[in-house]
Design a protein. Sequence first.
Length: 309
Amino acid sequence: MKKNIFPKSLKKGDKIAVISPAGAVDASQLEEGIAMIKAKGFEPVLGEHLYTRFSNGYNYAGTEKERLNDINWALNDPDISAIWASRGGYGCQHLVQHLNLKKFTENPKWYIGYSDNTVIQSYLLKKGFASIHGQTIKTSSFGVTSASYDLLFDVLKGKSLHYTISKNQFNKEGEVDGELIGGNLALIYALLGTPYSFDFKDKVLFIEDIGENFYALDRMIMSLELAGVFKKIKGLIVGGMTNMGDEKDNKSYEESFDGFAYQLISERISKYKFPTVFRFPNGHIKDNRPLIIGGNVKMKIGTKVKIEF
């Protein structure tokens, strides 16, 4: 099996492009994140349309052409060593058909983001390139944990990831070793049946989500079931499920790991035997620890859960 390409490690002074491929963002929301990049010894380079705003049924960070110009610049500029999305939202699906990797293939670089950026990361993995599913720049203004960013910079510097998390009642014990795919469930679902969908065969799938009604969550899991995804994967990691259901009725609405969402998922996959981890700290949550999409992940699930890349 062909091994995915990990971009080269960054060194002090390297340039990190900051772009907005989806939703609009205000400069005040990125001040802390941009300052953090500088404090870590790297040079942030801002995309031309980072703060552009274009309203067309949604507040996008510019027109499709403007957002595409920024991401293709960042992907192909030889002076850029990594690309960091300012935020998610919606809009990456507009770009995926028109991404240009001509010079990127000669100089691969880490792409960092989550949420709507799952679309970009699926595309990159199709081409054989790993990426980082982790905090965006905007979330630095939301009181996220310092470890969320420190570990992300560790990956940029070439360090491996090792996690030990507590057992969860919905876990399925076992050991698995395989390539990690996935990201935001809504986007995994949206890509099903397209040329940009993940290849699920013999992979370890990661899912997380925010702000979905429980029936919508069930619908997405059912779509994966009907598409044969759960027959193909050999492991599952379930991350944050927050702001789920109705805020008025759900007492766990503000929690990072909604118990009823976990129950729904657990019931749907109950007939499958693959090892499963719930409550992994990654997603639309403050303690969003990075994962490597396209990286080889080893999981040992028992009284404790150990996950390493």
